[in-house]
Design a protein around this ligand. Structure first.
Ligand SMILES: Nc1ncnc2c1ncn2[C@@H]1O[C@H](COP(=O)(O)OP(=O)(O)OP(=O)(O)O)[C@@H](O)[C@H]1O
Length: 119
């Protein structure tokens, strides 16, 4: 039982290490966190309901998680093939496209919620 708890605690520790390292060292992750703070400020300003906060928190988590996956794919590419090559370009572009898609989705969700309140 104790070793299970220790292993669980280690998993959380490693995950939090990744979280803090990404926030401290990856500019793309920091930019997404900045947008998340702006979105949270908009939520306060426009007095989001509980349901709207739930949606906002979900899309923010999705965008930031996708940015972490994108950054880890970039690092994996640079580690396995540090030279310029077509495969790395496609892999990195696809990962960046995934971030773009969820970011556009998040932006539309934000615009719909705020637009609904303004109108
Ligand atoms: N090894 C490579 N071969 C070919 N094209 C590459 C390679 N590395 C990067 N690229 C191209 O440059 C783009 C940006 O890659 P890069 O790794 O600099 O991402 P970034 O988002 O700028 O990362 P960072 O988090 O370091 O700012 C990629 O989407 C890809 O089109």
């Amino acid at each position: 039982m104790k070793s299970f708890v220790n292993r669980l605690a280690a998993k959380f520790r490693y995950a939090f290490e990744g979280l803090f390292h990404g926030i401290c060292h990856d500019s793309s992750i920091r930019i997404q966190c900045g947008f998340a703070l702006l979105a949270a400020a908009a939520g306060i300003l426009f007095r989001f309901t509980v349901m709207e906060w739930m949606i906002l928190i979900l899309v923010i988590a999705l965008v930031i998680a996708m940015e972490f996956v994108n950054s880890s794919i970039e690092r994996l590419c640079d580690l396995s093939a540090p030279h310029i090559n077509e495969a790395s370009k496609r892999i990195k572009d696809y990962a960046a496209a995934a971030v773009l898609i969820v970011s556009i989705g998040a932006l539309l969700v934000g615009l719909l919620i705020i637009g609904g309140k303004i109108l």
